[in-house]
Write a protein that binds this ligand. Structure first.
Ligand code: AKB
Length: 319
């Protein structure tokens, strides 16, 4: 059987960089697509194509030319940045997805991974959000992810596209910085550790949110993409749960490993976004249907972030 060709759209981003590295280390054939060329040297030798996902013709040509059979569509405007330019965020998040789903429906060869987010939830979804339940997203990003889930289900039912999805929590990774998200504080803090300055956190001290180490996030995508189709009954993106913590709880764990670490919380507009999200997700369906289990706990996350980022500033992009 021919080897899969993995195409990563948004490959220079936070998740894309680590996904590319993981696939490369596993000896897989990978092609990277983005507007910006990859800045992390571990993946700079992989084939790279410059593309705007909103350009349907160019996207289709590139995917077809490379014979892509597994496509990970990771390019998106996140929650905080999206609120500052709603039309742009909607256009990027929806048009990119629909262009890819159309291509997949035509090509009939590719399996698609498209991440949804905890941002589909809003006030009324409960502190532990159910897999299928009330959703009234507060941000343009959340609205686009919610609509995207419905589009994926539509293409699955009506056009036979094998598209798979999870609702990611805040992702915390060691390589490329995130940008424009509400949960980015949990990455940004590690770049302050060597400065000696108190970290100015933009989220309230006791705001608990679902979070996940990037190793678990990449593994979730790859495991879901390799799972047999039959047991996957969920029409929506799967809830996946790993960690839940507040700034206070994260910073207490950092303080154990970096004595003297200080912070102050000065919540801004991102706190309003965070306050509409749940503390945790009920991920029983993901556990049952494709065997999802997180592996990295809070201590492991903090240890790996300190090792990778302390003294190596790689600043988060402001929203
Ligand atoms: C964001 O904060 O916007 C993202 C997300 C939770 O999807 N990290």
């Amino acid at each position: 059987m021919a080897q899969d060709v993995h195409a990563i759209i948004g490959a220079s981003g936070q998740l894309g960089t680590e996904m590319a590295l993981s696939l490369k280390s596993a000896g897989e054939s990978v092609v990277l697509l983005d507007l910006r060329s990859p800045s992390f040297e571990g993946i700079q030798d992989l084939p790279f194509e410059t593309v705007d996902v909103c350009d349907a013709a160019l996207l289709s040509t590139i995917l077809a030319d490379h014979g892509a059979t597994r496509v990970y569509h990771l390019a998106a405007a996140l929650s905080a940045r999206g609120e500052q330019d709603p039309q742009w965020a909607w256009e990027l998040n929806m048009k990119g997805l629909l262009n890819l789903l159309d291509w997949a429906a035509e090509s009939k060869l590719a399996r698609i991974f498209w991440p949804s987010s905890i941002a589909v939830f809003g006030p009324g979804s409960g502190r532990v959000a159910a897999q299928t339940g009330y959703r009234l997203p507060k941000t343009v990003y959340g609205i686009s992810k919610n609509a995207g889930e419905h589009w994926c289900a539509w293409y699955r039912r009506n056009r036979g596209v094998d598209v798979r999805s999870v609702r990611y929590p805040g992702l915390i990774g060691t390589l490329a910085p995130p940008g424009g998200g509400t949960t980015d504080y949990a990455v940004e803090v590690f770049d302050y550790l060597s400065s000696g300055e108190p970290y100015p956190c933009f989220i309230a001290e006791d705001e608990r949110l679902p979070m996940m180490h990037m190793d678990d996030a990449v593994r979730a995508a790859l495991e879901l993409m390799s799972a047999p189709r039959e047991p996957l009954q969920c029409e929506e993106a799967y809830n996946i749960q790993a960690l839940s913590f507040s700034p206070r709880e994260l910073f207490a764990e950092i303080e154990k490993q970096v004595p003297g670490f200080q912070y102050r919380c000065i919540p801004d507009f991102r706190q309003d976004i965070a306050s509409g999200w749940p503390d945790a997700l009920d991920d029983a369906a993901a556990q049952k249907e494709w065997g999802w289990r997180p592996q990295v706990d809070l201590t492991g996350l903090v240890t790996s972030m300190i090792k990778a980022r302390m003294n190596k500033p790689n600043p988060v992009t402001a929203p």
